[in-house]
Design a protein around this ligand. Structure first.
Ligand SMILES: NC(=O)c1ccc[n+]([C@@H]2O[C@H](COP(=O)([O-])OP(=O)(O)OC[C@H]3O[C@@H](n4cnc5c(N)ncnc54)[C@H](O)[C@@H]3O)[C@@H](O)[C@H]2O)c1
Length: 254
């Protein structure tokens, strides 16, 4: 799929991996709409790349539906959806003094990361389905963001890992569901990337995390994630795949 001139939605595009992807797709000539809850940063990034911003909670049906309609009215129907919105918490299944994991906190992470990704996928691809196919017979492409924690979650990552494992697990059935429509779906499982979340950690912690990556021994640059997301959009044979982007790291228990 040639990106130039296409309308693209990037959730979580106000920050980190989503921001880098919004910037890269805009540079490649896409008309980008950012869906994010952080209106200040989202509007700033959108203005910077000549794109559009919608305040969206990805886990809310009406919110996403309205934002897709608003984006289509401005940029045309999106053929590209990049799902980067996500949250992370740290809490063990059974914590200090044998206190069980808070159930509402567990549900919240599943709601934003897993249900939120699915919510945007179902609504965005139902609109892509009505588009004429391109020369390549494709109608659209979806890139999701899991994590290496989908496979080797660390101590305290049960909610986050469950949500990301769900994203990894739904990749093949969604690709199969949408194959008749010419809509591809892939999921990237990033390792450790230098996003605002990581930048909040002390420098020595960042360095030691980077050193734990076999090669290259450093934290990933968000543009390296964006580069893969762009490639998935462009390469029509990539479909139904979970791709680790992690410098060969395999996370230890803690
Ligand atoms: N940074 C890493 O090392 C890393 C590693 C593996 C996976 N990931 C995943 O990549 C994605 C992006 O992470 P990041 O590091 O760029 O984080 P980030 O916090 O910099 O960006 C996440 C964005 O999502 C938005 N968001 C959160 N909840 C939302 C909601 N309900 N609706 C709409 N927007 C919402 C936030 O406002 C923020 O702008 C996440 O899904 C994260 O789990 C990151």
């Amino acid at each position: 799929m040639e990106i130039k001139g296409l309308s693209a939605i990037v959730t979580g595009g106000a920050s980190g991996l989503g921001e880098a992807t919004a910037r890269r797709l805009a540079k490649a000539g896409a008309k980008v709409t950012i869906f994010d809850m952080n209106a200040d940063r989202g509007q700033m990034v959108a203005a910077d790349i000549g794109g559009h911003f919608e305040t969206v909670d990805v886990s809310t049906a009406d919110n996403v539906s309205n934002a897709l309609a608003a984006s289509a009215a401005i940029h045309g129907e999106a053929r590209i959806l990049i799902n980067c919105a996500g949250i992370a918490i740290g809490e063990k299944t059974v914590g200090r003094d044998n206190v069980p994991h808070d159930l509402d906190r567990f549900k919240k992470v599943i709601e934003v990361n897993l249900i939120g990704s699915f919510n945007v996928i179902r609504l965005a691809t139902s609109r892509m389905a009505a588009l004429e196919p391109l020369d390549t017979k494709e109608r659209g492409v979806v890139v999701n963001t899991a994590s290496v924690a989908a496979i080797e979650g660390q101590v305290g990552q049960v909610a986050y890992s469950a949500s990301k494992g769900g994203i990894a697990g739904m990749t093949v059935p969604i690709a199969r569901d949408l194959s008749g429509l010419g809509i591809r779906v892939c999921t990237i499982a990033p390792g450790l990337f230098l996003t605002p979340m990581m930048k909040g950690l002390p420098e020595e912690v960042q360095e030691s995390l980077g050193a734990s990556v076999p090669f290259p021994s450093r934290l990933g640059d968000p543009d390296e994630y964006a580069h893969l997301a762009q490639h998935i959009c462009e390469n029509a044979m990539l479909n139904g795949e979970l791709i680790r982007l992690d410098g060969a790291i395999r996370m230890a228990p803690r």
